[in-house]
Write a new protein. Structure first.
Lengths: 399, 399
């Protein structure tokens, strides 16, 4: 302000205080970049009713500071769900509610990572997790995958190589179900061998199962957590996909010794109890019915994307048909550069993320992830065609 | 489990991963320990209605990940409120929404604290903040206060002494309005001189104003933030007291260079948008009416406490009459030990926190903070009498 010197904080910052994210980007007309769920099947009426019921019954509990581990009734609901759907042998005592699975992932990464520690991941992985791993200076090493999941021989070879180099591997992070961005679901056989290999190297498995409810084809495969009796598996899940990302509700299940450390990285006290009450009351009555409805809507969008991909990219790209989840992983010929034109494509109305953003080594400019959850089937269909036009215009693919 | 070795995480933990809080304690019959608000004036009906209205209007927005800085309409409401009530010269752009003010406080402390850095506080302060400062290994130095706030001569002397010792002071944390636990409101004169002294030493002021709305007597004093044109003041506030602690909704206002750092310590993405939508819609229409109603209820509870204190502690303790906030600060004669019997008192049904818990130096066993916000007036009245019986029974005070 006029006549006064501005105060400067520059010399006061902590040494380990990086500059964080403040603003979000503008959304393009056809937004295939972010894995948002379907806005038309959000349970808005159900949540409003549930909020009223829960407030009438338990509202006065809000006058207390929430339990750090989260609302007990929601922890019970989550434990029941994981026992039923994922064959896990747990109780509510094992569950901590977090602000989306993103908070759980961050808490676990902070608990286990000193700068330079190696973590193992699939060769491409959810960029939010990759960003958190880098934030805490992990050395992220990707392992090659095929359509069944991470390749055991590649994992074993990577671990042996790292051992030979004297490097300290802290954990193996995997998204075994509808892997993001790759789309496959790891087979039972691969899950068992991953557990065995990691176990023999004394490395815990960090299982991120946040897409598991969005299955509209194929068969469920049991959780890695359910295959382990030793306490070697950390499990995180989320309601972002079946309630809404804005509801910020996720959870973690981990051995108590780890949970106790992770809790020291939980910000802002217990997870929002107002939201937790509404979500618990809603899910208690309508969870599976809602999931069915949502998946019926998603499959139509997936099909719209597959149809338009066939028409527009049949000669230029390859993809697998996803049996669930929110995205298709496109592979263009080696040498295609989808990274260079990505920003321009956003500006011209079509958003996508290219492979380099999901790769620990920054590889994969010839891959793109297209998410179909949010736009209407018509917009999905149109948008994929529009993407082809954008890529042609910029000479990335031939018309 | 039988036949298998348990996996151990012990050797995998990050060096700076302390063991965090997992469980909360059992609440005593008469709970004067925690500054909970009045459960009977929580706006439950209003929040349920607001949730429905907001979901009907904006619900589909929940399908996106929330903006990291929080819901724009709530940021606007907060900015308007701070301009109107606290004379601050800000806009929504300056506001970041956090999961309670606790998250804001933690983010700011992390941004500004390297282990061993000195931070200045009032001689007794909110124990949640003190805990966070210690968590990041700050060297917390308390400055003597009287009924007008921190004593300027003491502040000046402390800063000069620390300067002489070559110590690095990072910020001055203050709760200027209804100081927790001391109860006073800092006078305008003191605010100005604090700003001047801190400014001349190049030290920012961290103003925690989370009790400001709970005024039922005396006159408002303008915010320290409003007295500064240089960008030297960080401000945090909360809806925990006027909506509910379980709603986990607070905010910070800071110069952008600091906010950008602080954002890197924000866990779990943007603050819960489902809760933010309900709170914004509710406050937009009923904020001041609700605050009035709440304060009319609180004054009755305060009066019940003062009456019972007079009857039960008139000869043994001293206290000031709070004009707002949620607690009375009791001073017993030097040598009285309220720390030794505190746990026993909880077990026998009367909860309070003794002074040592609020003191950077662990002083003040002859002080106790009694919160009157949560119990009914009858329970407040009874409970203070019961506290006297407990203290007599254990020989802390004479019958």
């Amino acid at each position: 302000m006029a006549g006064t010197d501005r105060f400067s904080f520059e010399k006061l910052f902590a040494k380990n205080a990086p500059v964080g994210a403040k603003t979000s980007f503008r959304r393009p007309k056809y937004d295939f970049a972010v894995a948002y769920p379907d806005p038309d099947t959000l349970p808005l009426e159900g949540l409003a009713n549930a909020m009223r019921t829960a407030l009438e019954r338990d509202g006065k509990e809000l006058s207390y500071y929430p339990d750090y581990v989260g609302l007990l009734s929601l922890r019970e609901l989550i434990a029941d769900k994981l026992v039923r759907d994922r064959n896990m042998k747990i109780t509510a005592e094992d569950v901590v509610i977090t602000s989306g699975s993103g908070e759980a992932i961050s808490m676990i990464i902070q608990s286990l990572t000193d700068p330079g520690d190696v973590v193992i991941t699939e060769e491409f992985l959810y960029l939010g997790t990759l960003r958190q791993m880098r934030r805490y200076s992990a050395d992220v090493v990707g392992v090659k995958c095929d359509d069944d999941g991470m390749i055991p021989e590649e994992l074993e070879a990577t671990l042996n190589r790292l051992k030979g180099e004297g490097k300290r591997v802290k954990y193996l992070y995997t998204i075994p179900t509808f892997q993001n961005p790759l789309g496959w679901t790891m087979t039972l056989k691969r899950r068992k061998s991953m557990l065995e290999i990691a176990g023999s190297h004394g490395i815990p498995i960090f299982e991120d199962d946040c897409y598991v409810d969005l299955r509209f084809g194929g068969e469920d495969v049991t959780s890695i957590h359910s295959l382990d009796d030793s306490g070697q598996v950390i499990y995180v899940g989320s309601f972002s996909k079946i309630i809404a990302p804005g509801a910020r509700m996720g959870y973690m299940v981990a051995p108590e010794e780890l949970t106790l450390r992770a809790m020291s990285f939980k910000g802002g006290g217990g997870t929002n109890q107002l939201a937790a009450m509404a979500i618990e009351e809603y899910l208690k009555h309508e969870m599976y019915q809602h999931i069915d409805e949502q998946n019926r809507s998603l499959i139509v969008k997936r099909d719209a994307m597959l149809a338009s991909l066939g028409e527009n990219f049949g000669d230029t790209a390859k993809w697998a048909i996803p049996q669930g989840g929110l995205c298709v992983w496109l592979e263009f010929p080696e040498g295609t550069d989808l990274a260079a034109v990505q920003e321009q494509s956003f500006a011209e109305g079509v958003g996508y993320y290219n492979g380099t953003q999901f790769s620990p080594e920054g590889r994969g400019a010839n891959f793109a992830r297209l998410c179909y959850g949010h736009p209407s089937p018509e917009m999905v269909y149109e948008g994929v065609s529009e993407l082809a036009r954008v890529l042609e215009r910029h000479g990335v693919i031939k018309p």
